[in-house]
Design a protein around this ligand. Structure first.
Ligand SMILES: Nc1ncnc2c1ncn2[C@@H]1O[C@H](COP(=O)(O)OP(=O)(O)O)[C@@H](O)[C@H]1O
Ligand SMILES: [Mg+2]
Length: 269
């Protein structure tokens, strides 16, 4: 099977205007390479500042990488012209930790959902409404909340709405940047389950960014551990847990008591 996404040697340096240039300044991304196959989930796990959000922004074409290639189904997004890139961009959707920043507070649920559908120009107004109601149903929300504003929703409902809106343009890849991190544990579990259901029903591919290794292991097929702008370990989730190679992976494991305990129990005779 061909990968959906192939990232090669991605480098990102933020050029701040500094009075004194720091010679050995770290790159936010320093030669990141990986492949992501259709209908699978790669969790990107790492401590704060390791470059996870920078990776998300580069993949979603919201930050230009300094060097490297991002192949989406054989097209190098980095080399595309602006017009071409604009056409490809809806195929990669990004969901952030706090949807309050990405959902227009002055619009109601229906307006938020119908805007990307209108932009596509594929549906008449009746079709748009039908598609919006179908999207709400897919994420476990009902049309009863159609006239509410984002502020009138619970955190879980808001994140479900953000997922529905991200699905509206029919993307191939969803990038979730700490998308569950601000939610209560039980709501996290519900939305993680929703994401896995959507993967089965729609064949969705996820890049799931989290600082929470346990959540990464729960939701992902493969885990990439990031440290100082590099992927220091990449492999199947269960292998990362049972035989970690890199010191950073061991540190993350040690800081995740539920996994540390489970692997200890599994090793005991
Ligand atoms: N807009 C920016 N300008 C300058 N430096 C940035 C910017 N965004 C992130 N960085 C730096 O890049 C590094 C990686 O940050 P980030 O990608 O946000 O990591 P993470 O999401 O893993 O916490 C950090 O050292 C951060 O300070
Ligand atoms: Mg981040």
């Amino acid at each position: 099977m061909q990968p959906l996404l192939n990232v090669e040697n991605l480098v990102k340096r933020y050029d701040g205007k500094r009075l004194v240039a720091l010679q050995d300044e770290l790159s936010a991304l320093d030669g990141v390479s990986f492949s992501l196959f259709p209908a699978t989930t790669l969790a990107v796990v790492g401590e704060s500042g390791s470059g996870k959000s920078t990776l998300a922004l580069c993949l979603a074409c919201l930050e230009p990488p300094t060097a490297g290639c991002i192949w989406l189904e054989g097209k190098n997004l980095v080399a595309l012209g602006e017009a071409e890139r604009r056409k490809v961009r809806p195929q990669i959707q990004l969901i952030f930790q706090d949807p309050a920043n990405s959902l227009n507070p002055r619009w109601n649920v229906l307006e938020i959902l119908t805007e990307p559908l209108r932009l596509q120009g594929k549906f008449n107004s009746e079709g748009i409404e039908r598609r919006a109601s179908c999207l709400l149903e897919q994420v476990g929300l009902s049309m009863h909340i159609a006239t509410r504003s984002p502020a009138e929703l619970s955190g879980g409902q808001r994140q479900r709405l953000a997922i529905a809106r991200a699905l509206a343009p029919g993307p191939k890849l969803l990038i979730l940047d700490e998308a569950l991190s601000a939610l209560d544990c039980s709501v996290q579990a519900q939305i993680a389950n929703l994401l896995m259901e959507l993967q089965t029903s729609l064949g969705m591919t996820y890049l799931f960014i989290t600082h929470d290794l346990a959540m990464g292991v729960h939701i992902a097929d493969e885990i990439a551990v990031m440290h100082q702008g590099r992927i220091v370990e990449l492999g199947p989730a269960e292998k990362i847990v049972t035989s970690p190679h890199h010191e950073m992976t061991r540190q993350l494991l040690a800081a995740t008591p539920s996994i540390a305990q489970a692997t200890r129990l599994a090793r005991e005779p």
